[in-house]
Design a protein around this ligand. Structure first.
Ligand code: ZN
Ligand code: ZN
Ligand code: FE
Length: 763
């Protein structure tokens, strides 16, 4: 047998996931000598052995069985052989071009879980148990490469036992950077509502008792604080709502395991898999009737967001409490999630009765991710913990690094670099300085991890968005303003590796158009660097502008006036009996005179208006509440639909939904249920989308179709549109999967558009 040598370079998520120890074992199994090292680009292996052994070693790597690892690229070249009998792991090198190789945070693995619940184990009930396959990563990382000294575990010195595990390549904790035990690692402490130490012997058990007594516990999780209460107690849930100033928006519920999830919700196989995935997102599922869950958890909503425990602390708390717990972000309404101990006591004292804190710092805020199953596959609605900072490969590499600043609501940002884009964590609504500070900090951190300072800056076209102001006033470089719906379509293109042109159906609530009006029912023919608007939605006049979004009865009124020019007696519609007479009269006058009226083209406004009208709900207590209520009211068995028109004389052509409203009002007045009307409403929109796409196909050919924008978080709508468009010989339809269809995915689209524009030779 002759000795040969190979250098193998691996890119992807290969650090902090137990990759090197696994390579070490694989090398030993195959009788390979050499070395493996981490560097800022990934993992490099130099392997020496016989040809057969090397081949089998390589096959083993390619088969990569590690759940959290992701091999994006594997380069192999022949190098001169070295006579080495040993295979060693060498220390990290800091060099070269950088890619973020820090993995996302990983849910507690089965092995660690067994230890926590084993009274004989030295980690029995230890809340910071982890190994190379699980535990905190992104949220504790301060620098790259990902090494203990560069994490918030640096102040904890490993005890002899932990160090021995850390140094033993055959151990599950070999180079597990956050490795810890009760003797040497972080510790849990309970504080009273005013922040004084509670001196409980077992803080977790104490907190569980408090929860069982209807108290509210603020607990320090992985990417921030959660507020928890007993999800089976109406009194506890109502107390939390009152204190958090969150009247009706659904709370997420953490259940102990998949059996408990099945007990409170109807789960499909896909939903079960999504709940159990190592990313552990909140999954929107259909709740069962008459379960132990308090109705106040998600009032008037057949859906509930469930998630499984993903840290040892959650497992212990859920097990001690013995019931499902509300687990909601530790913040006041839409503020950023709290992550420091002092900050928690300061900002959450008016909400929490007990604090469960610890002394490991959270370096990066990272909210729970939210997902649901649409058309048989998962769609991320909020991409954060578990996914950030995983890269998204793009088809056309970025020639220069790009920073995209995202939108206004549900903001995320994105850095594009080389062959990858990196979406940052969920920041929230950029409406105040506090959120802006969190945004800036998160941008700086990811820039540091990637060692870049992008000078190509992408932002929304809206001149007043905080993200636009940040891009314009505080960043240097070439700026590219990207239209909102163009960015939505480009985001879907990037996710699916489509180079364009594509037909984009971009339906959402609102996005700034170059004409200064609110777009949101757009049919676009898109390339990355440009778009053409093929059709839009007939605009709705919003009386009182933005107020109409909080008071959707105004939208209902405007839609009715538009659809019934001959007039319609409002007496017969119970909605208007719930509206103040003077406000109604004033809105009517405004619409009449066209004063203080904004024209809006968002499909989302139809959901608001129809929901308000047919559910007789004049007000929206949180963003999108009525639209969601109208969506979930739909009877999916409904096959009927309403007429609509496409006005080809308009420029661009306009989808005219007035005939739909006339049909729906006539149904309503003859006693048809709101559920049936909503079902027909969804079918009508789907048929209309199909008609619009056919229009685009006639113009531009059988191009791929992407469905994007917040409206496609609506599973029923998305599924119906897919089946309308994907008829025989129809074009192929792409839904968002790993990037949110809503504004949380906007930054990715901005980044690839700016990347494409920057590549063009300047004239
Ligand atoms: Zn583990
Ligand atoms: Zn230890
Ligand atoms: Fe949008």
């Amino acid at each position: 047998m002759s000795l040969e040598g190979r250098r193998i370079e691996i890119r992807g998520t290969v650090q902090g996931v137990g990759f090197r120890p696994w390579i070490w074992r694989l090398a030993r199994e195959n009788g390979i000598g050499g070395r493996v090292s981490n560097d800022s680009r990934g993992v490099t292996i130099e392997a020496f052995g016989g040809n057969r052994a090397l081949e089998s070693f390589l096959d083993g790597i390619r088969a990569s069985p590690l759940p959290a690892a992701e091999i994006r690229e594997l380069l192999c070249e022949t190098i001169p052989p070295e006579l080495s009998h040993e295979f060693v792991i060498v220390a990290s090198r800091r060099a070269g071009e950088l890619q973020v190789s820090i993995p996302p945070d990983l849910a507690t693995c089965e092995d660690c879980l067994a230890e926590i619940f084993d009274p004989a184990d030295r980690r029995h009930r230890y809340a910071f148990t982890n190994c190379t396959r699980c535990g905190p990563r992104f949220t504790i990382a301060r620098e790259v490469p990902y090494d203990r000294a560069a994490t918030t575990m640096a102040p904890f010195r490993m005890c002899a036992l932990c160090q021995a595990e850390f140094d033993d390549p055959a151990n599950r904790r070999f180079h597990a950077q956050p490795n810890a035990c009760p003797a040497c690692g972080p510790a849990i402490e309970a504080l009273s509502g005013s922040g004084e130490p509670a001196f409980w012997e077992d803080p977790i058990r104490g907190a569980a008792l408090a929860l069982r007594a209807d108290l509210i516990v603020a607990l320090k999780g992985l990417g921030g604080f959660h507020l928890a209460c007993d999800a089976t107690s109406s009194a506890a849930v109502e107390r939390l709502r009152r204190r958090k100033h969150r009247e009706e928006k659904p709370f997420a519920v953490m259940v102990r395991g998949i059996e408990e999830a099945e007990a409170v919700a109807q789960l499909s196989r896909e939903e079960r898999e999504l709940l159990l995935s190592p990313e552990r997102p909140i999954v929107l599922v259909r709740r069962r009737d008459g379960t132990a869950l308090a109705p106040e958890v998600s009032p008037d909503n057949p859906l509930v967001g469930l998630l499984l425990p993903y840290t040892p602390l959650h497992h212990l708390l859920l097990s001690d409490a013995g019931r499902p717990l509300v687990m909601t972000s530790g913040n006041l309404s839409e503020e950023p999630i709290v992550c420091g101990n002092g900050e928690a006591v300061r900002r959450l004292a008016s909400i929490a009765d007990v604090f469960l804190v610890h002394d490991r710092e959270i370096e990066s805020r990272c909210d729970d991710s939210v997902a649901r199953i649409v058309a048989g596959g998962p769609v991320l609605l909020r991409r954060s913990r578990g996914w950030v900072p995983r890269s998204i490969p793009v088809r056309e590499p970025f020639e220069e690094p790009v920073l995209a600043c995202g939108g206004h609501l549900k903001n995320t940002f994105c850095i594009g670099m080389g062959p990858c884009a990196y979406l940052g964590p969920h920041i929230g609504d950029l409406e105040n300085l506090e959120t802006l500070a969190v945004f800036e900090e998160a941008v700086e951190r990811l820039e540091r991890f990637l060692r870049v300072e992008p000078e190509i800056i992408a932002h929304d076209l809206h001149p007043q968005y905080v993200s636009t102001l940040y891009a314009r006033d505080t960043r240097a470089g070439r700026k590219f303003a990207v239209q909102h719906h163009h960015a939505h379509v480009a985001s879907a293109m990037a996710e699916h590796g489509l180079s364009g042109p594509v037909i984009g159906v971009a339906w959402d609530g609102t996005g700034y158009g170059p004409d200064g009006t609110a777009w949101g029912g757009e049919l676009l023919l898109c390339r990355l660097e440009s778009y053409e608007r093929l059709a839009t939605l007939r605009p709705v006049p919003l009386a009182g502008g933005e107020t109409a979004i909080r008071e959707p009865w105004r939208i209902a009124l405007a839609l009715l006036r538009d659809a019934f020019p001959e007039g319609l007696s409002l007496e017969r519609l119970p909605l208007f009996a719930r509206v103040d007479r003077r406000a109604l009269e004033l809105a009517r006058q405004m619409l009449e005179a066209g004063v203080n009226v904004a024209r809006a083209r968002g499909v989302g406004r139809y959901f608001d208006g129809f929901g308000s009208l047919f559910l007789s709900r004049p007000f929206s207590r949180h963003e999108g509440q009525i639209a969601l209520a109208w969506n979930v009211a739909a009877d999916p068995e409904q096959q009927g639909s309403y007429p609509f028109r496409v006005d080809l004389a308009a420029s661009p052509p306009e989808l005219d939904l007035r005939p739909m409203l006339r049909g729906a009002v006539s149904d309503f007045l003859s006693g048809v249920s709101a559920g049936a009307i909503s079902g027909r409403f969804h079918n009508t929109l789907a048929t209309a989308a199909g008609a619009l796409v056919r229009l685009a196909v006639e113009r531009a050919g059988n191009l791929p179709v992407v469905l994007t924008g917040g409206c496609f978080q609506n599973a029923l709508l998305a599924e119906r549109v897919v089946s309308q468009v994907e008829q025989a010989d129809g074009p192929r339809v792409f839904l968002h999967r790993r990037v949110p269809p809503g504004d949380g995915g906007l930054a990715l689209g901005q980044a690839v558009v700016a990347g494409a524009l920057a590549r063009r030779p300047s004239e």
